[in-house]
Design a protein around this ligand. Structure first.
Ligand code: G6P
Length: 368
């Protein structure tokens, strides 16, 4: 390809390190003058139509589906609109009740995923207003959608999606803010969210400083065959995404789970050769995640923790601690997903895998 690798050995690593910039690109021009809400030029819906929305369906595949899960938590919390996140491959053949007050978003990096396109067409056929959160300008989904949000993340070459995920999450934070400000969210709350969003590019740059630490952790665990990824609330989708990254490029079996659900099955897998990656930043229901860590520790499972700096409780329980900056709960996925991208990258490298072109996978799956 003609996209420059620069100093990076792989596109995946380059794209991981682009994230301070790509997150900024996803926000650019989308704050209103007062910086208390977001604005979107391309939704093509009147304020009256937007105010009538009483249900949102987010549909996607793979990593984009994980971004959708974060979106569900965000939209329900900020805008108080019920949200469903559907695998596009399921939605296209299901017949869920949809009304003219349902808003459908297809979330897709490439805009070419066959199932996502088909799900979108099915919703359009039913007369719904169907929007896209998409990276590739002029792609099939972008063209067929009634409107939407472009991510402006630039080309993503690595098959395992990284920067597109954090851009999708950023767009969903802003969409939640926008719809929330038309409903329950106060001026002050809007201001506060925008303040932390604006600091995000710098926060992500700081997060990337964990690179060496992650590389070291990878060197101690790369030859194991099973990993669990555990997190709760906003970090549950991050656990799914972390596990997917590892599977995709290192061919290690990994499962993401809500940390507390572990006791209903995955805990049976815990032993000395099955590490658990806990996503446990402060805030939210942090103490509950700590007690989940204790359950793993009691069964001699190694623990790799993604945690905030100077967390002594986590340091006591975990074998490895990877530090990330402390941010508000709803923005944590942007930060906590980054060490997991890097972990998958380094483990795959150590196993001699082709990180940018993993076996059996395609960048965009344009067949059913
Ligand atoms: C493929 C890619 C994934 C991606 C998924 C959805 O499986 O390998 O990285 O998340 O498709 O792609 P989309 O372009 O629709 O986001």
């Amino acid at each position: 390809t003609d996209i420059e690798l620069g100093d990076f050995e792989h596109y995946m690593l380059k794209e991981i390190f682009e994230q301070p910039q790509t997150i900024e690109n996803a926000m650019r021009g989308r704050f209103d003058e007062d910086e208390a809400t977001a604005k979107f030029g391309g939704l093509n819906l009147t304020p009256q139509q937007l105010r009538r929305v009483d249900r949102i369906v987010l549909t996607a595949c793979g990593t984009s589906w994980h971004a959708g899960l974060v979106g569900e938590y965000l939209l329900e919390e900020f805008a108080r609109i019920p949200v469903e996140v559907e695998y596009a491959s399921e939605l296209r053949y299901r017949n869920p009740p949809l009304t003219d007050r349902t808003m459908v978003f297809a979330i897709t990096q490439s805009g070419e995923t066959a199932d996502t396109l088909a799900a979108m067409r099915e919703c359009k056929r039913k007369g719904l207003s169907t929007l896209a959160i998409c990276n590739v300008v002029g792609s099939s989904i972008a063209r067929e959608a009634d409107g939407g949000i472009y991510l402006h993340a630039g080309p993503e070459i690595g098959v395992a999606s990284t920067k597109a995920f954090t851009s999708q999450v950023t767009a969903l934070v802003m969409l939640s803010l926008f719809l929330g400000r038309m409903r329950h969210l106060s001026y002050q709350a809007g201001k506060r969210i925008i303040r932390s969003l604006k600091a995000m590019p710098e926060t992500i740059a700081k997060t990337l400083e964990c690179h060496d630490q992650v590389q070291e952790v990878a060197s101690r665990y790369w030859n194991l065959e099973n990993f669990l990824y555990l997190g709760r609330l906003y970090n549950f989708p991050v656990a799914l995404e972390g596990a997917l990254k590892l599977k995709e490029i290192s061919y290690i079996h990994a499962e993401g789970y809500p940390a507390a659900e572990m006791k209903h099955g995955p805990i049976a897998l815990i032993e000395e050769r099955t590490p658990s990656v806990f996503i446990v930043p402060r805030g939210g229901i942090y103490p509950k995640v700590i007690s989940n860590m204790e359950e793993v520790r009691a069964r001699k499972g190694p623990i790799i923790a993604i945690a905030c700096e100077d967390d002594e409780k986590v340091a006591e329980l975990a074998d490895e601690v990877i530090c990330v900056p402390e941010v508000e709960e709803h923005l944590q996925p942007l930060v906590t997903s980054i060490p997991l991208q890097l972990l998958a990258y380094h483990v795959a490298l150590l196993r001699g895998c082709n990180v940018d072109r993993p076996r059996n996978l395609a960048k965009s799956v344009t067949v059913e």
